[in-house]
Design a protein around this ligand. Structure first.
Ligand SMILES: [Zn+2]
Length: 496
């Protein structure tokens, strides 16, 4: 143990704020609201459903952007930017698409004091405005593939109760929109992007995912099919993580995105669209956070290590100097694509208060250093995930920190994977299904993929399909609800 029992500076005994006052297992929604505010991830904006993303959360989004940009650029995809305002006539060009989005579109009707001749949609997604340009840019097979991505904000006027990150009227995302000469090339990309999204969740956020294809009922409006990654919150509710769609030639025929192939024949392009949003941050919070606050996986943590000096009048300078020296050394240590980021908390608060504060903020590792540690050339490392303490030589602190952070990352993933696996049940009949849904399980069932059948299931149980796992090789089975023949299994659950 470290020699910190006497706790050091006793200047400020009163805590500045109170930690999380509810348990995650008792009231998930209240717990979630408290930790996102108290850890300084968000602030509520003046318009309901529009949140302010504070630097601590935004820096997580930047890490996702950096990783995604690196990956998609290496695939040959380029970034661009298209306008936020879409003329109504253009937006209305694709009927199914419009049907899917129109209840949620926010419209601009006025410029200054004068009414606009045509309403302008604030983009709920950018298919229509981007494909208008694509039809001008694509002429010959030499113009293909065209693979663009944009990072932007999106407005969808949700009427359900807003939940920061998880369901907001405005959010940030990337939307990729690509055009190919053949269906085969397009399909290859759909699954490469799906796998990229899976890696973002599993490797960066340490959140295990169910990867698969959405049902006819739940696919993107206007797509041939939609693939998705989905996961579960500890309260048993499922949540969609990201989607990658094969649009087929639906949009290219409407927007006349065509090309002359090598033989001089006119062909329509095959298209995809795919997106991942700031919702990912909310999923990470909901999956890993605990009764002490956030728990941020090291790969996306804005701060990897909080260094807490244990200060006494006579040794204060020496201890502080050493803390800053340690911080300096850590900042020169490579950690995956980054360097380690440590912070020295030299504020006047008591160490106990500081421990709570950095635990609330979910910093994955803490270093404690007091005068007696300094005499022994050692420090105490404390893991945020397990609370486990390790005493290490100061000369070895960079290497051991890295190892511990990787171990925390791994532990967070494995612990969530166990929860996910434990919550999945299998059945082939409706009675069991109803019971399992009441028990907040995710249920794997043979399902006919008929939209009417899914509507019935939803009306009866409140559950809907999540997705259908890839690479199934099943014999003929009967749909668990309507008895129609099927060869496909789907996950069902109650979801956000
Ligand atoms: Zn059915």
């Amino acid at each position: 143990m470290a020699d910190n029992s006497d706790d050091g500076n006793d200047r400020n005994d009163e805590p500045k704020d109170i930690g999380v006052t509810v348990k995650k297992s008792e009231d998930f929604s209240e717990w979630y609201q408290q930790i996102i505010l108290k850890s300084e991830m968000i602030e509520y904006g003046p318009v309901s459903g529009c949140m302010i993303i504070r630097p601590y959360a935004y820096s997580i989004w930047e890490k996702i952007q950096n990783f995604t940009n690196r990956e998609i650029k290496s695939m040959g995809i380029q970034n661009a930017y298209f306008p936020m305002l879409i003329p109504e006539s253009l937006f209305n060009k694709e009927k199914e698409h419009v049907k899917g989005f129109s209840p949620e579109v926010a419209w601009v009707t006025q410029g200054g004091n004068s009414e606009l001749p045509e309403r302008l949609a604030i983009r709920p997604t950018s298919e229509t405005i981007m494909y208008d340009s694509y039809s001008k840019w694509i002429r010959s097979w030499r113009d293909l593939p065209l693979r663009l991505n944009q990072w932007c904000n999106i407005v969808r006027w949700e009427f359900k109760h807003p939940i920061p990150f998880l369901r907001t009227r405005e959010f940030l995302w990337q939307e990729g929109h690509t055009a190919f000469a053949t269906k085969q090339e397009a399909e290859k990309e759909v699954f490469e992007i799906l796998d990229l999204y899976r890696r973002i969740f599993e490797d960066l956020y340490a959140v295990p995912m169910l990867t698969g294809i959405k049902s006819e009922n739940e696919k993107f409006a206007g797509a041939l099919y939609t693939t998705s990654v989905e996961t579960l919150f500890p309260n048993g509710k499922a949540i969609q993580g990201a989607t990658s769609h094969l649009l087929g030639q639906n949009f290219s025929k409407l927007f006349n995105i065509s090309f002359l192939d090598a033989e001089g024949n006119k062909q329509y392009v095959w298209q995809n669209s795919w997106g991942i949003t700031t919702r990912t941050i909310g999923i990470m919070i909901g999956v890993h956070g605990d009764d002490k606050g956030l728990l941020i996986p090291p790969r996306v943590a804005p701060i990897h290590i909080a260094i807490i000096p244990i200060l006494f009048e006579d040794s204060m300078d020496k201890v502080l100097r050493k803390c800053f020296e340690i911080k300096e050394g850590l900042s020169k240590t490579r950690y995956h694509e980054d360097h380690l980021n440590a912070i020295v908390d030299d504020s006047d608060d008591r160490p106990g208060y500081k421990f709570n504060h950095w635990e609330l903020k979910g910093v994955p590792l803490r270093i404690e250093l007091g005068p007696k540690d300094l005499e022994k050339h050692q420090a105490v490392l404390v893991r945020r995930d397990t609370g486990e303490k390790t005493i290490v030589k100061i000369s070895e602190i960079n290497e051991i920190s890295k190892e511990l952070l990787d171990d925390i990352q791994k532990n967070l993933y494995e612990r969530s994977l166990k929860i996910l696996n434990d919550s999945i049940s299998k059945t082939d009949n409706l009675d069991d299904f109803k019971k399992l849904i009441e028990e907040k399980k995710t249920v794997l069932v043979p399902f006919c993929n008929n939209p009417e059948c899914e509507d019935n299931i939803k009306a009866m149980t409140g559950a809907k399909s999540l997705n259908s796992p890839l690479d199934q090789k099943n014999n003929e089975m009967k749909c668990f609800s309507c008895n129609a023949l099927t060869k496909t299994l789907f996950y069902f659950g109650r979801s956000y």
